[in-house]
Ligand binder design. Structure first.
Ligand code: HGY
Ligand code: MN
Ligand code: MN
Length: 411
């Protein structure tokens, strides 16, 4: 397959236009279902229409651009919602690539007959529910999961849907489409490609992920008159559990396991008051579900140990839906690897993904593959997130060539 030429300036213009929607310094704040998120989704639907696709925004905010070309289509995209302190490329890169691949293949007489659909999934960043949009599309967002769902500020999903004008809008489903597979390009969000001086990563597997929230109920009291013996200090119990997790988890971890305690709540949060209530949120990831299970069992043992000491009472419950580890399609990976070798000879590698992605959900209903470009300094989920322009353009060329090869091989 000859290399597909993409229009780098057009691609960068789309990325810069998306960056401007929710811009916050060098980063982007565009939470799922926010006004600016829906503005960006309507903007994308217009670009899909201009590119000759039939654009739909569905009942959970997924934006789908359908090709008029016959035959099983290849679906290409990612998510356009961001983390609360989001980078300009997390998700947006893959969405912009999907649009550019549609255009580039349509402009090449040798590939203009190929069917490529483009998509932006909703709420991959778990404002309400991890990968909500791709799960809804793939039948993994059951009504019982949706009931009463709220974000961390207590906003109900039903209100966010109403606010976005989506309440009665039909929701798209993979069963209504004849897809041969899904390709997602993404920034690596880690240091490996840059450290190894490489420019393209072809993902072998995507980590699985679990989360727990621990509550600590003690006795609020005066910090000066309450003797240490007999205190029911919720914060002390929280610190003891957090330390124990950092001591015990390495004993049951895998080679690339990670865990993060990224949210803590202390009430009332005043220096002269013994905290009566506390919350600790833990997230853990690994490519092996057995490791995730071991983390959960260890955490429950540690909670029992904390409760055995008296003091504040600790309780544990899941903080989110578990995301299973996902393995990418061998055949698709082969085509992407060939395209990487063609555009960046010797400058690419196969690698796991330490971040989860919509492809990890969509692979339950169709073959999937992912491609990474380097993140400068390995930084992501931060306003400083960035990639080199030449890597942004190279990644899209590799994806376009790989997509054309997959489609051509299937004809
Ligand atoms: O957290 C993640 O792995 C993804 O970037 N939302
Ligand atoms: Mn992210
Ligand atoms: Mn992402």
């Amino acid at each position: 397959m000859d290399g597909i030429k993409i229009n780098g300036e057009r691609l960068l213009a789309d990325l810069r236009a998306m960056r401007a929607m929710g811009a916050a310094g060098t980063g982007v704040v565009r939470p799922a279902f926010s006004e600016i998120d829906m503005t960006a989704r309507r903007w994308l639907a217009e670009r899909y229409t201009e590119a000759g696709l039939t654009a739909t925004i569905d009942g959970v905010g997924n934006v789908l651009g359908k090709s008029a070309n016959p035959g099983p289509a290849l679906l290409i995209g990612s998510h356009s919602d961001t983390q609360p302190t989001g980078g300009w490329l997390d998700g947006a890169l893959g969405v912009a690539y999907g649009l550019e691949v549609v255009r580039a293949l349509a402009e090449d007489p040798a590939t203009k007959h190929l069917a490529v659909d483009a998509v932006s999934w909703q709420d991959e960043e778990s404002r309400f529910y991890g990968c909500l949009g791709s799960r809804s599309f793939c039948g993994g967002f059951p009504a019982e999961a949706e009931q009463g769902l709220t974000d961390k500020d207590g906003v109900a999903l039903s209100d966010a849907l109403a606010q976005a004008g989506l309440t009665d809008v039909p929701r798209l489903s993979s069963g209504e489409h004849d897809y041969m597979g899904f390709l997602e390009a993404h920034i690596e969000q880690g240091p490996h490609l840059e450290t190894d001086g490489l420019r393209i990563g072809i993902v072998e597997s995507i980590v699985g992920l679990g989360g727990m929230v621990f509550t600590f109920t003690g006795q609020q009291n005066h910090a000066g008159t309450t003797m240490m013996a007999g205190r029911k200090d919720a914060a002390t119990a929280l610190y003891a559990l957090a330390n124990a997790i950092n001591e015990e988890f390495p004993k049951v971890a895998g080679e690339r396991s990670v865990w993060t305690m990224g949210r803590v709540l202390l009430r009332p949060g005043a220096p002269s008051i013994v905290p009566g209530y506390a919350e600790l949120e833990l997230q853990y990831r690994d490519v092996d579900p057995a490791v995730l299970d071991r983390f959960e069992a260890t955490a429950h043992d540690l909670v029992a140990r904390i409760n055995g000491r008296g003091g504040a009472v600790a309780e544990a419950k899941p903080s989110r839906v578990r995301i299973a580890p996902a393995h990418m399609d061998e055949g698709f990976r082969g085509h992407l690897a060939k395209a990487a070798e063609r555009h960046a000879p010797g400058n690419w590698t196969a690698m796991p993904s330490g971040a989860f992605h919509d492809a990890g959900v969509v692979c339950a209903v169709m073959p999937c593959a992912m491609l990474f470009i380097p993140s400068i300094g390995g930084i992501s989920h931060d306003f400083a997130e960035d990639s080199h322009v030449e890597d942004i353009i190279l990644g899209c060329e590799v994806l376009a060539t790989g997509a054309a090869a997959i489609l051509t091989a299937a004809v």
